[in-house]
Design a binder for this molecule. Structure first.
Ligand code: 9D3
Length: 237
């Protein structure tokens, strides 16, 4: 997969390329990642990427022309690799990102992620170039870069070969979509706090059943919105 990030802070992709699961995926060549700065595609002496909004009001708007030229460069590069990329604008007005959408995006050959700053980008660019607008949730962050990195992380870890065996198995398990069970490790007692007996029993059927019920009851109490009607065992209620 190829992912291009368009941002006035393109170096922020290093959070993805230099660390952890996503860093290893880049090393292994599972994903090719490149940052692009629209400031490099300006044509004025001040390298202007933003201006005041028509109609007045606070804040600035990202200019159409430098973004359009940047997108054209990126599209050219992806086309050289025979890729027709899907262009996503990270925006508070977008549809909230879900694991279902992450799975679909991870099957695509090429993504272009457009991260805005200031109040956002000129609407005409969205109309002519953007395939999809995505938000990461109903809270305000300062720009589209962190949302773009959240999306990249979620997508890249699903690429075949990115995760270790244990993780990929967990991804497929029945518990997908519900909250996880609690986890414990050594020592058996810490500050007088023990470990649930069942986890020390060696009975793997009993342990699997306990974990499933723990996940279900936590989901019921903390995130009832995640539970489709009629899914949980009667006995958990
Ligand atoms: C007048 C209100 N504006 C500023 C408070 C709106 C606004 C503009 C730009 C709010 C946030 C941003 C920058 N955020 C993003 O670009 C963004 C975002 C987010 O803030 N929350 C969740 N998902 C996303 S995706 C992109």
């Amino acid at each position: 997969m190829r992912i291009d990030l368009i941002s006035i802070f393109p170096d922020m992709v290093q959070a993805i390329t230099d660390f952890g699961v996503t860093g290893r995926a880049v090393e292994r060549g599972l994903v090719e990642l490149q940052g692009w700065n629209p400031r490099d595609y300006t044509e004025d002496r001040h390298r202007t990427v933003d201006d005041r909004p028509y109609g007045g009001g606070p804040g600035m708007v990202m200019l159409y022309a430098p973004l359009k030229r940047t997108i054209q460069q990126v599209r050219e590069q992806q086309q050289q690799q025979k890729i027709s990329p899907h262009l996503i604008y990270l925006s508070p007005q977008g549809a909230p990102l879900t694991q279902q959408r992450v799975r679909e995006l991870s099957a695509m050959e090429g993504l272009i992620l457009l991260a805005g700053r200031y109040e956002g980008v000129d609407e005409r660019l969205i109309e002519s170039e953007v395939d999809e607008e995505i938000s990461i949730g109903d809270y305000v962050v300062s720009g589209g870069e962190l949302p773009a990195m959240v999306l990249m992380d979620a997508v890249i870890r699903l690429l075949p070969g990115a995760l270790g065996h244990a993780d990929s198995a967990a991804e497929d398990s029945f518990s997908e979509g519900l909250l996880d069970c609690p986890h414990y490790s050594r020592p058996e007692v810490v500050d007088g706090l023990g470990v649930p007996e069942v986890l020390l029993s060696g009975n793997h059927r009993l342990i699997a059943d306990w974990r499933k019920r723990q996940g279900q009851s936590r989901t019921r109490s903390r995130r009832p919105d995640l539970i489709p009607d009629g899914v949980l065992d009667e006995s958990v209620k």
